[in-house]
Design a protein around this ligand. Structure first.
Ligand SMILES: NC(=O)c1ccc[n+]([C@@H]2O[C@H](COP(=O)([O-])OP(=O)(O)OC[C@H]3O[C@@H](n4cnc5c(N)ncnc54)[C@H](OP(=O)(O)O)[C@@H]3O)[C@@H](O)[C@H]2O)c1
Length: 258
């Protein structure tokens, strides 16, 4: 691999790396040579993801149990990573959930759950890695959504969390630029993962909508995130910070396919 994209010797934490987009990113970073820490709640799923990475790529990998709603748990994730691998070069704030309801139906607890995982979790993870990351510089990749750009009638807390993650990205990018830490956001379009399996069930016309509205004519896959993540995690993007990169097959650029 071109040395500009080479991640050999780097250490990456991917929250939610045991499933979907996070797993596609973890495998992508491993394919470029990075050691990988998969951090999520379900330890069995995490163990399987770690095993797959170890079998397929010549890198070190380990799983850490984290609940990004819990600050103590996040601090333990960082401590365990530093104890095992000595440093943290890359953080991917990918852990996320959605609850689909009309705005008038949300309880306060449901609002808090989505915001705490998707937004506060990304903030606390970034804050927790900062002392270690600033020693050698680093890369933080946040995961937004098409709802970072537009609203969603049945996902008010989700879209608020994903809009705010773009401003969190800008703020951290400015604050930590002189520490040589670049912070960017990936904005996924419609991606085939366990998260959207629920949407497909809830909205029977969704498949048709996604395929006709997406210029590329298909759903995205977790593998589609490997290249963009390697770019944003590598020296190739050293002068890119505070940016949002849509990985959506052109979805955000189109209104209708005619
Ligand atoms: N799929 C799409 O079309 C799409 C579009 C736009 C944005 N996104 C975003 O992409 C990211 C990944 O979504 P996905 O589609 O890949 O969904 P997914 O397959 O359901 O993955 C979500 C991941 O988040 C982890 N997670 C959830 N709550 C957590 C918590 N409290 N602490 C730690 N980890 C937690 C889950 O692991 P555990 O359950 O083991 O904790 C899982 O690994 C999310 O931020 C999502 O909003 C997805």
């Amino acid at each position: 691999m071109n040395s500009m994209f080479n991640l050999k010797g780097k250490v990456a934490i991917v929250t939610g790396g045991n499933s979907g987009i996070g797993n596609g990113i973890a495998r992508g970073l491993a394919s470029a040579g990075s050691d990988i820490v998969i951090a999520a709640r379900d330890e069995a799923k995490t163990a399987r993801a770690v095993q797959e990475i170890k079998e397929k790529f010549d890198v070190r990998a380990m799983g850490v149990r984290v609940d990004v709603r819990q600050e103590k748990s996040i601090k333990e994730m960082v401590q365990q990573t530093v104890e095992a691998f000595g440093k943290i070069d890359i953080l991917v704030n990918n852990a996320g959930v959605n609850i689909r309801k009309m705005p008038e139906e949300f309880s306060r607890e449901e609002w808090d759950e989505v915001l705490e995982i998707n937004l506060r979790g990304a903030f606390l993870c970034s804050q927790a890695v900062y002392p270690t990351m600033k020693e050698n510089g680093g890369k933080i990749i946040n995961i937004g959504s098409m709802t970072s750009i537009v609203g969603a009638a049945k996902a008010a807390p989700y879209s608020c969390s994903k809009a705010a993650i773009v401003k969190l990205t800008s703020s951290l990018a400015i604050a930590w630029a002189r520490d040589n830490i670049q912070v960017n956001t990936i904005l996924p379009g419609w991606i085939d993962t366990p998260l959207t399996a629920g949407s497909r069930k809830a909205f029977p016309g969704l498949d048709n909508h996604v395929e006709s509205r997406t210029p590329a004519g298909r759903w995205g896959s977790p593998e589609d995130f490997a290249g963009p993540a390697v770019f944003l995690a590598s020296a190739a993007s050293d002068f890119v910070t505070g940016a949002s990169l849509a990985v959506d097959g052109g979805y955000s650029q189109s209104t209708l396919i005619v």
